[in-house]
Design a protein. Structure first.
Length: 363
C-alpha cells in the first residue's frame, strides 16, 4: 500500500526538516535541567543546555550519523539513531529544525527512495532488491521495515524506523545520513511517487541547501497499490483511471470532495486510497455519498484489504453496499477501493472494464 497510509493514528511530534531539538513542558520547569552532550559518530553535532548544573544527572545523547540536538532534564537519555527528531510533551505540532548541508563535513553518500510494492518479498522488483542489498543504511516506517526479507536487513549496517506520522522525521533522518557520507535507502510500500516520500525528500534536500545531484538521488519504482490490488479482482483499471486519497492529513476535505465529484461524474475508474481510520469515519461516508450521487448503486467495486499480507481479504461488491462496509473490519487504512465506471461489469468473479476493443474488432 502507499506510504500515505501512515498519516493518521499517532500523536508523534515530527521534524519538518533538519535534526531536531525537543523540549518538554516539564523540562522547562524542572530544576534538574542539566547539560547534555550530543555526540555524532558521523556528521555534525550540537550541544543544547538550559542551565549549568551538576553533571551527575546528565547522560549522553548519541547520534550515529547526522546533525542532531537534544535537551535532557533527567538521568534518562534522549537518543537519536541519526539526527532526526524526538518527541515533545508540550505540543503535538511539528517542530522547525535547522541542520543544513554546511553542518556536514563528510563527502555525501547516496540517497535512494525505494518502493517495496504490495508487501510480500516476491512482489518487490529485482531492482528494488538490488538497491536495498547495496544500501548501508535503510530508513522507513516500522511496518514496512518489518516486511523486508532477512537477507536485506541482515546485510545493512543500520536500520532506522519510526511509527505512524513520522514521515518528515524519518525522511530527514535518511537525508542526514546520506549527507554524513552513507549510502541510504528510504523505503515505502507501493511506489515512491504515489502518496509517498520521493517528493518530500527532494523538498527537504532543497531546504538544507543541498542538491539532488550532490546525493546522487534516485527513485526505484515499485508496484503501486492501485495496480497490485486491481490484479486481485481482475481487470478494473484498463481504461482511463484516477486515484484519490481520503486522508485529509495533508489535503483538506473540501478539496478531496471536489476531486471526487469531478472524477465520479466522468467515465473514470477510481482508486480510493486511505478510505477509513478511527479519526476519519465522516470522510468515508461522504465519499460513498458523492459516488452514489453520480454512479449507479450496482456499479462494481473491488475491495482489497491488506494486499499481499497475511490478513489479506478480497471482495467484489456493489457501490450501494459500500456505506455499510465502513463498519466492518474489511475497510481500514490498509484497504484500497477500486470503483468501476458505467461500463465495468463482473464476469466469473472478476471485474472487467472494457478498453474499447469491442467497438473496433470482432472477437
Amino acid at each position: 500500500m502507499s506510504t500515505d497510509n501512515t498519516t493518521d493514528a499517532s500523536t508523534e511530534t515530527e521534524s519538518k526538516c533538519g535534526a531536531s531539538e525537543a523540549q518538554s513542558a516539564s523540562e522547562t520547569e524542572s530544576k534538574a535541567e542539566t547539560e547534555t552532550d550530543t555526540a555524532s559518530k558521523c556528521g555534525a553535532s550540537k550541544a543544547s543546555s538550559s542551565t549549568e548544573t551538576t553533571p551527575d544527572t546528565s547522560d549522553d545523547s548519541a547520534s550515529k550519523c547526522g546533525a542532531s540536538s537534544s535537551s535532557s532534564s533527567s538521568s534518562s537519555s534522549s537518543s537519536s539513531s541519526c539526527g532526526a527528531s524526538s518527541s515533545s510533551d508540550s505540543s503535538d505540532e511539528e517542530e522547525e529544525v535547522g541542520s543544513t548541508v554546511d553542518d556536514f563535513d563528510a563527502e555525501p553518500g547516496q540517497l535512494i527512495a525505494v518502493g517495496l510494492g504490495p508487501g510480500q518479498p516476491e512482489g518487490m522488483t529485482a531492482r528494488a532488491r538490488s538497491a536495498l542489498l547495496d544500501a548501508e543504511h535503510i530508513v522507513g516506517y516500522t511496518t514496512y521495515v518489518d516486511l523486508l526479507p532477512d537477507e536485506i536487513t541482515d546485510g545493512a549496517d543500520d536500520i532506522y524506523d519510526t511509527p505512524m506520522c513520522g514521515e518528515v522525521s524519518r525522511t530527514e533522518e535518511a537525508i542526514d545520513r546520506a549527507l554524513a557520507g552513507n549510502d541510504v535507502a528510504i523505503i515505502g510500500s507501493g511506489d515512491p511517487n504515489v502518496y509517498a516520500l520521493a517528493g518530500l525528500a527532494l523538498e527537504i534536500i532543497e531546504s538544507k541547501g543541498a542538491t539532488a545531484t550532490m546525493l546522487d538521488f534516485d527513485v526505484v519504482p515499485g508496484v503501486p497499490a492501485a495496480q497490485s490490488c486491481a490484479a486481485r479482482v481482475g481487470a478494473p483499471l484498463v481504461n482511463d483511471t484516477v486515484s484519490i486519497s481520503l486522508s485529509d492529513h495533508l489535503t483538506d476535505m473540501p478539496t478531496i470532495e471536489s476531486r471526487l465529484h469531478a472524477a465520479a461524474k466522468e467515465g473514470f475508474t477510481i482508486t480510493i486510497y486511505n478510505p477509513w481510520s478511527r479519526k476519519r469515519r465522516d470522510n468515508y461516508e461522504k465519499c460513498c455519498e458523492i459516488l452514489l450521487e453520480h454512479r449507479d448503486p450496482e456499479t462494481p467495486v473491488g475491495v482489497v484489504h491488506a494486499a499481499g499480507r497475511e490478513d489479506e481479504q478480497v471482495e467484489i461488491v456493489e457501490l450501494g453496499e459500500l456505506p455499510e462496509l465502513g463498519e466492518s473490519d474489511l475497510v481500514d487504512m490498509t484497504t484500497t477501493l477500486l470503483v468501476g465506471n458505467e461500463d465495468t461489469y463482473v464476469w466469473d468473479d472478476r471485474m472487467v472494464t472494457p478498453r474499447g476493443y469491442e467497438t473496433k474488432y470482432d472477437y
